[in-house]
Design a protein around this ligand. Sequence first.
Ligand code: TRP
Length: 449
Amino acid sequence: MMKATHRATFGGQLGAVLVTAGSAVGLGNIWRFPYVAGENGGAAFLLIYVLSVLLIGVPIMLAEFAIGRHTHSNAVGAYRMLSGHWTALGYNSVIAPLLIMGFYLVVSGWTMEYMIHSLTGEFTRVQTVEEYAAIFSTFTQNPWRPAIYTVIFTLLTHGVIALGVQKGIERSSRIMMPLLMVILVVLAIHSILLPGGMQGVKFLFTPDFSKVTASTFLTALGQAFFSLSIGLGCLVTYASYFKDDTNITHTALQVVLIDTLVAVLAGVVIFPAVFSVGIEPTAGPSLVFVTLPAIFNTLPLSMVWSTIFFLLLVIAALTSTISLHEVLTAYIHEEWHLSRRISAWIVTAACSLLGVAASLSLGAWKWLQIGGKSLFDLLDFVTANVLLPAGGFFICIFAGWVLDRRFMPHELTNKGTIPLRLWPLLRLLLRWVCPALLLLIFLDNLGLI
Ligand code: TRP
């Protein structure tokens, strides 16, 4: 197998964990998880979510790690190297991140704008939830402000990518991930101590199974997928920078633990706050941009709390946009044989254009609709409901059925040098359980069952 020895690698196990956790921890954990859990009954959802992460998330993450680390190549090159017939899966792995960036950068831009507004104290004048709702819709529909923030966020991502794999991606994760954890813990403690806050904690940890339906399972699975960055090349690309002696099983378990912990802590930040002012926890996607700022405003030092909360979102989003950008940059650099610098600029230009178009499709360019959905919603829908589960499904088939049956154990044990007791279980999950469940999610998302 061809091994490109000149390629950069991450420093070691800790670097690998922090960088991958940076990709996984994102808006999915802090913005999406709390409202999805809120809509689906809280604790019961959390339980099903954790099961999905362990049964589906871990095996697929391991497959992607093994493929990336073995080939030390970008996503397209990795699949091509292992089997010429499966290059299409590699292309799915690089096209999907571009489409995700199209809407993810827009939401990331909103978090940045909200952080700046909080910092300048503009929000302190606002009083009711309705006013916040009005601010949110005026802002997202403004013809140029969110578009500019989208571009600024893309350039910020570019800045890190331009510094390179070690000095940019790894070093920024080593700084941002611990900072993120500290902010999260501080905010969580603050929330629990709010009057009535314990009610929110109870909501998150006392399961109410009467709210669980078949679709709760599929929603939890979909959320686990998005949150762990599975299914579209991020993990393959990052694992291609792992060292050959990195223990990928341990790395996966640690990343999964951090990602789940962050989602739970985000719930601990948000639900007590929601309950303390008597708002329903089912506010949906606007929970973070409308409900929370309104809640912060009722607290002493509101400016401080809301600034650090949105800083938390900015950091979480940035470490994820970096991973999405890198999938594309590595692909263009290695497959089109362009310099890394030029490759990064091509990606930045493409992401900015798509992001700006998606942002405008919510307001000034209302005509930019396909099939009744704005470009923004369409990008979200197609990636989360089609490309991600499809990518996951084919990765299972590829790793479980197509590759030589010694491939996975060989990689997971670092050529037999470290033990791996659970392989029979993992193999069963990868070959049967994961593909079957993914097929279900896929059909359910498209409204076919
Ligand atoms: N996991 C990130 C989040 O929770 C988003 C993300 C980054 C992602 N890379 C991905 C999602 C790859 C799916 C696939 O916000």
